[in-house]
Design a protein around this ligand. Structure first.
Ligand SMILES: [Zn+2]
Length: 681
C-alpha cells in the first residue's frame, strides 16, 4: 500500500496498526472508567484475566464488517476520524480560502478524493506515463534512473532510501538504505509452504494478474507477468533479513562511503541512483542489511531486464491502486483487506480519503485538531504523571538485585535524560511548497509524496532536528525513539480509556501510567539498552550485567512462546521481546507510582474494587479487542507486539501483588510459581 511517508525512525510503538485496519462502532460511554458490565465474572481471573475483565464487552462487540480487529484503540481512532471530518467540513464551507493556503490544500485534497466520477473517468490513464517510461527502458542504467525516480514519488521497488539519525552519532542525519520491495507482509509468505501460506501466495499471484489485466494486458500476458513478479520477489525474500534479524541494531548498522557500497554491491548503479535522487554526494550511507544489498546486486545480473521492467510496472500498479478507479480499488481490497486480514467490507470512501489526507498533510490537520479537541490542562497533568513515573522507575533501578552499581548509575542518567513530548509539536511543518489542485486526486497524492520525500532528502548531512515528531498529533499511539532518547504521546491517545481526567488515580495509572512506563522501558529493552543517554549505539553495560539481563529476557520469551492462540498458534517470544519487556516493566513501574501517590493513605474501594484491583482492571481494559482469525494469524508473523490477549494474560502474572489482589491460586491456568516469575525492571 502507498506509503505516503515512510517513517524513517526506528520507533518503538505502543501498538502496531495500519490505517487500513481501522474500525467503526459507537462506544457506549466515552467516560466510563471501569464498567463491571463489560466483565465476565464466570471466568476465574487466574484462568483468563483478559476474559474476566473484557469477556462481555468482546461478546457485545464482534468485529464490524469493515474491520479486521476492533478494540479500545480503534474506538478512539474512529472517534478522531469523525472529529477530523468535521474540521474538513468546516474548512470546505469556506469557499474563499485563497489558492495556496493550508485551508485550500486540505479542502481540495479531500474533495478531489471524494470526486469518484472524475477518478473513474481518468481510469488507468493516471499511471500511463510512468508505465510507458518503464516499458521504454533499454538498459541497466535507465533502470537505475527509474528506481530513483520512483523512490522520489513514493513508490518503493527493491528498497527504501531515507535520511535518518546516524545511530552512532545521533545528532547528525545520514543517508540510509533499507531492504524492501516485497508486496507480501513478510518473507515467510514467499518461503514457507504450509497450506494457509500457499493459499495466500496463490491469491497474491491472482491479484497481481488482475491489476495487469485492468491496465490493459491480455489474460495470458497478465498471468505471465504475475508469475515473473512472484519469482522476482521470492529472490528478494531469500536475501532479505527476517524480522528477527532486523531487531539486532548492530547487525543493521553498516556505515560506508558510496565507493565502498559500489564495491559490495557492484551491479546496481549506485552513483546513477543517488545522482537522480538529487543527492550527488550522499556522504556516509548506512546500508542496513548487507546481505540484501549484496543479493540485489547479484540479482541485477541474473534476472533479465524485461523481468525487472515487469516488476517495476507492478510496484507502480500496486502503489497506485487504492487511489485509482473503482476496479483497482476493489482488487486491492479483495487481496489486502479480505484475503490477508479477513475484512468483509471496504471502509466507506470518506474514511479512506481522510486517511490519505491525514497521511499527506498530517500536521496541518493536527494543528486544527489540537486547537479544537486537546485541552491544555491535559498536557500539565501528563507532565506530572511522567515525572511520577520517572521517579518510580529510578527507585526501582536503584533496588535491582541483578545490576551492578556502575551500570545502575548509567541507567539512571539515561532515564533522567529522556525527553518528553506531549500532545503536539512546538514547531509545525510548513506546507507552502506542496501544490494541491481541485480536480486530480492522484496528482495531489503524488505531489504530497514528492513533498515528503524532498523534506526528508534535504536532511542528509545536516544536524537532527530534535523538535520533530514521528507521529501526527491525532494518532492514537505513542512511541520511544532510541536515537533521541525521547518518549512521545500524541494528543490522540490522551483520552479515555487511556487518560481520563474524571477517573481516580488507580484507573489512570493502570492505563496511561502503564503506557508511559512502557515507553520509558523501551529505552532499556533488549534493543533500547544498546543506546546511551545521548541516543548513540554504545555498549554501556558490563558483560556480567548484560548476561544476567539476557537470562531474564530468555525466561520471559519462554512464557510468550508457550502462549497458545487459535488452538495451535503461538506468540514468537523473540520477535516480541522488546514489547514484552516494555509491558512488564511499564506495569511494574506504574504500579509503584500508584503506591507512591497514596502518600500513606490507601484510597477507599470504588464500585466494590480496591484501588489495586482497579489498576489491573484498567490495564486489561485498554487492551480489549475483537480480532478476526486471519488478522491474528498475520500479526503473529509480522507484529513485534504480542496479541492483546497475551499482553493482559502474561505480564500481571509475573507480579506478586496481582496474586493477592485477585486471589489467584496454584493450579489455575495462568498461575506462575513465585520462583518462576520474571522480574526485569
Ligand atoms: Zn512498545
Amino acid at each position: 500500500m502507498k506509503k505516503i511517508l515512510f517513517v524513517p525512525l526506528a520507533l518503538a510503538l505502543l501498538w502496531a496498526v495500519g490505517a487500513c485496519n481501522q474500525q467503526q462502532k459507537k462506544q457506549t460511554s466515552m467516560n466510563e472508567a471501569i464498567n463491571p458490565a463489560n466483565m465476565d465474572t464466570n471466568v476465574l481471573p487466574g484462568n483468563n484475566f483478559y476474559e474476566y475483565v473484557n469477556g462481555t464487552w468482546i461478546k457485545d462487540h464482534p468485529v464490524p464488517p469493515e474491520y479486521s480487529s476492533y478494540g479500545a484503540f480503534t474506538v478512539l481512532y474512529e472517534n478522531n476520524q469523525k472529529e477530523l471530518k468535521d474540521l474538513i467540513d468546516e474548512i470546505s464551507k469556506k469557499k474563499d480560502a485563497p489558492m495556496g493556503s493550508v485551508d485550500q490544500k486540505i479542502r481540495d485534497l479531500f474533495n478531489s478524493g471524494m470526486d469518484t466520477a472524475r477518478i473513474n473517468a481518468l481510469g488507468a490513464s493516471v499511471i500511463d506515463p510512468e508505465l510507458k517510461t518503464i516499458q521504454n527502458i533499454k538498459n541497466q542504467k535507465q533502470l537505475d534512473v527509474e528506481v530513483a525516480k520512483l523512490h522520489a514519488t513514493g513508490v518503493h521497488p527493491l528498497f527504501y532510501f531515507y535520511a535518518g539519525a546516524d545511530e552512532k552519532n545521533s545528532s547528525m542525519e545520514i543517508a540510509n538504505l533499507h531492504q524492501g520491495g516485497l508486496g507480501l507482509p513478510d518473507v515467510d509468505y514467499y518461503l514457507k509452504n504450509d497450506a494457509p501460506i500457499k493459499k495466500i501466495r496463490e491469491a497474491y499471484v491472482q491479484y497481481i494478474a488482475k491489476l495487469f489485466e485492468l491496465k490493459g494486458d491480455s489474460e495470458k500476458q497478465a498471468q505471465k507477468a504475475a508469475q515473473q513478479v512472484l519469482e522476482l520477489e521470492t529472490q528478494l525474500a531469500k536475501v532479505s533479513f527476517t524480522r528477527l534479524e532486523r531487531r539486532n541494531p548492530e547487525k543493521n548498522y553498516n556505515k560506508m562511503s558510496l565507493a565502498k557500497l559500489e564495491k559490495i554491491s557492484p551491479d546496481f548503479g549506485w552513483a546513477t541512483y543517488f545522482t537522480n535522487l538529487g543527492l550527488k554526494n550522499p556522504g556516509d550511507i548506512n546500508v542496513s542489511q548487507l546481505r540484501f544489498f549484496k543479493g540485489v546486486s547479484k540479482l541485477m545480473k541474473e534476472i533479465p531486464l524485461s523481468q525487472w521492467k515487469t516488476y517495476l510496472e507492478w510496484t507502480v500498479l500496486n502503489d497506485a491502486a487504492p487511489y485509482m478507479s473503482e476496479p483497482f480499488v476493489q482488487a486491492q481490497f479483495d487481496f489486502y483487506g479480505k484475503t490477508l486480514s479477513g475484512q468483509q467490507q471496504m471502509r466507506p470512501r470518506w474514511k479512506r480519503v481522510l486517511g490519505a489526507t491525514s497521511g499527506s498533510m498530517g500536521e496541518a490537520l493536527g494543528k486544527l485538531y489540537v486547537a479544537k479537541y486537546f485541552p491544555p490542562e491535559s498536557k500539565q497533568r501528563m507532565l506530572t504523571l511522567v515525572s511520577n513515573l520517572r521517579a518510580a522507575f529510578a527507585a526501582r533501578i536503584k533496588k535491582l538485585d541483578w545490576m551492578s552499581e556502575g551500570t545502575k548509575e548509567k541507567a539512571l542518567a539515561k532515564l533522567e535524560a529522556i525527553t518528553v513530548k506531549i500532545g503536539y509539536p512546538d514547531k509545525w511543518r510548513d506546507y507552502s511548497d506542496l501544490k494541491i489542485v481541485p480536480d486530480n486526486y492522484f496528482q495531489n497524492l503524488e505531489n504530497a509524496s514528492k513533498f515528503a520525500f524532498e523534506f526528508n532528502l534535504n536532511k542528509v548531512g545536516k544536524p537532527v532536528d530534535k523538535t520533530e515528531w514521528g507521529m501526527t498529533p491525532q494518532t492514537v499511539n505513542a512511541y520511544y525513539n532510541p536515537s533521541n532518547n525521547e518518549i512521545v504521546f500524541p494528543a490522540g491517545i490522551l483520552q479515555p480509556p487511556f487518560f481520563n481526567k474524571d477517573a481516580d488515580d488507580a484507573v489512570n495509572y493502570g492505563a496511561i501510567g502503564v503506557v508511559i512506563g512502557h515507553e520509558m522501558t523501551h529505552g532499556f529493552d533488549d534493543q533500547g539498552r544498546k543506546y546511551d543517554k545521548e541516543g548513540n549505539m554504545n555498549d554501556w553495560w558490563t558483560k556480567e550485567d548484560a548476561e544476567r539481563f539476557a537470562k531474564k529476557t530468555a525466561e520471559l520469551a519462554k512464557e510468550y512462546d508457550h502462549y497458545t492462540l487459535l488452538d495451535s498458534l503461538h506468540v514468537n517470544g523473540d520477535l516480541t521481546m522488546g514489547e514484552n519487556i516494555a509491558d512488564l516493566g511499564g506495569l511494574n513501574i506504574a504500579h509503584d507510582a500508584l503506591l507512591r501517590s497514596y502518600d500513606g493513605k490507601t484510597p477507599k474501594p470504588i464500585q466494590g474494587f480496591t484501588a489495586d484491583q482497579r489498576f489491573f482492571l484498567s490495564y486489561a481494559t485498554i487492551w480489549r479487542q475483537s480480532i478476526r482469525p486471519k488478522e491474528l494469524a498475520k500479526r503473529l508473523k509480522t507484529d513485534v507486539h504480542s496479541p492483546a490477549e497475551a499482553r493482559v494474560n502474561i505480564p500481571p502474572f509475573n507480579m506478586d501483588v496481582f496474586y493477592k489482589d485477585f486471589a489467584i491460586k496454584p493450579g489455575e491456568k495462568l498461575y506462575i510459581a513465585p520462583d518462576n516469575r520474571v522480574k526485569i525492571w
